[in-house]
Ligand binder design. Structure first.
Ligand code: FPP
Ligand code: MG
Length: 329
């Protein structure tokens, strides 16, 4: 079985340098802010974004095996902190009580403080980036922040109207997830001075990985045995129509569609409706369909790696693709 630990191996030293860099740079003034920041930074996620930056930097480094250095560390921090801030804000928007199996920042300190913490993380991130003088990296990475917001607004609009099309779904997951993963992979290449073509290739690679990652995330919401640190069925409770349900809606006649959407409308307060939809989506092929679409993105990502000579880093990136398709957490 592929594990994240084995994928991390080729850049183990770089990951350590990155962790030390974040610890040095990300400190806060005042007791409350420090406590909140520590809570947000110690809920260890998978660290997919920094891993993607560092593997891409190592893959594209002009001298094979050379340390990828400070620019790659900075890029890894910039993408990860945008992600951290976006999740803090996301839990406020979704009124979520848990994140990664622990109470969310808003659940402990209320929404107004959580919003401020997210703003603080973003502000510190930008300040550190600008002070470093690496303006190409800051420009490349920070452009994704607006895209993330666009994705969230689009998603909220669709939840409000209880309406979704395939086009809107793909647009939302590109904006809320795939864009930042594309930026992560391409920033790694940019950090080590790769050619424009290789930076663009890495961007497409990261975007395909990101599309697969979000579809798998949406699939895990339909699996009660998943270990995501969030209760299964959360998307349904939040009124979100993701690909598994969308696929079933697309195949249903008008009467069935009305029935399914009415059940979705009840999910916020009625667990029986959550269970009913979860089973219906599984039984009517929505889960299998979404899994097939997800695997399509994974295959495309892996094919792109053929542009590189075989190496530990290329293998680790291919393994990362496989891990994303198999993961249950
Ligand atoms: C998680 O989605 C949320 C995101 C991937 C993006 C959230 C983006 C914002 C709130 C916009 C703000 C942006 C910045 C840069 C601060 P989810 O709710 O589907 O997943 P979950 O189950 O992990 O909550
Ligand atoms: Mg959420």
């Amino acid at each position: 079985m592929i594990t994240l630990d084995s994928i991390r191996k080729p850049v183990a030293a770089e990951l350590e340098a990155y962790a030390a860099f974040v610890e040095r740079q990300f400190t806060a003034e005042g007791e409350l802010l420090s406590e909140m920041l520590t809570h947000a930074l110690t809920a260890r996620g998978k660290g997919i974004r920094p891993l993607l930056v560092l593997l891409s930097a190592a893959l594209n480094a002009p001298v094979k095996g050379a340390s990828t250095g400070r620019r790659a560390c900075l890029a890894a921090m910039l993408v990860e902190m945008i992600h951290v801030a976006s999740l803090i804000h996301d839990d406020v928007i979704d009124e979520a009580d848990t994140r990664r199996g622990r109470p969310s920042v808003n659940a402990i300190w209320q929404s107004h403080r959580a919003v401020l913490l997210g703003d603080y993380v973003l502000s510190r991130n930008l300040a550190i980036g600008l002070q470093s003088g690496q303006f190409d990296l800051v420009t490349h990475i920070c452009g994704a922040m607006a895209t993330l917001c666009e994705g969230e607004v689009l998603q909220a609009e669709c939840v409000g109207k209880r309406e979704m099309t395939r086009r809107s779904y793909l647009d939302i997951i590109y904006k809320k997830t795939a864009c930042l993963l594309g930026v992560s992979a391409s920033a790694g290449a940019l950090a080590v001075g790769a050619t424009r073509d290789k930076v663009a290739l890495m961007r497409r690679f990261g975007e395909a990985v990101g599309m697969a990652f979000q579809i798998q995330d949406d699939l895990l919401d339909f699996r009660p045995d998943a270990r995501t640190g969030k209760p299964a069925g959360n998307d349904l409770r939040e009124g979100k129509i993701t690909l598994p349900l969308l696929a079933v809606l697309e195949r249903s006649d008008e009467t069935r569609r009305t029935e399914l959407l009415a059940a979705l409308g009840r999910c916020r307060d009625d667990e029986a409706s959550v269970e009913y939809l979860r089973e219906a989506v599984e039984r009517e092929g929505g889960v299998a369909f979404a899994a097939e679409v997800m695997r399509g993105y994974v295959s495309r990502a892996v094919e792109m790696l053929a542009e590189y000579e075989p190496s530990d880093c290329r293998k680790a990136l291919a393994d990362l693709c496989a891990y994303i398709a198999e993961r249950d957490c």
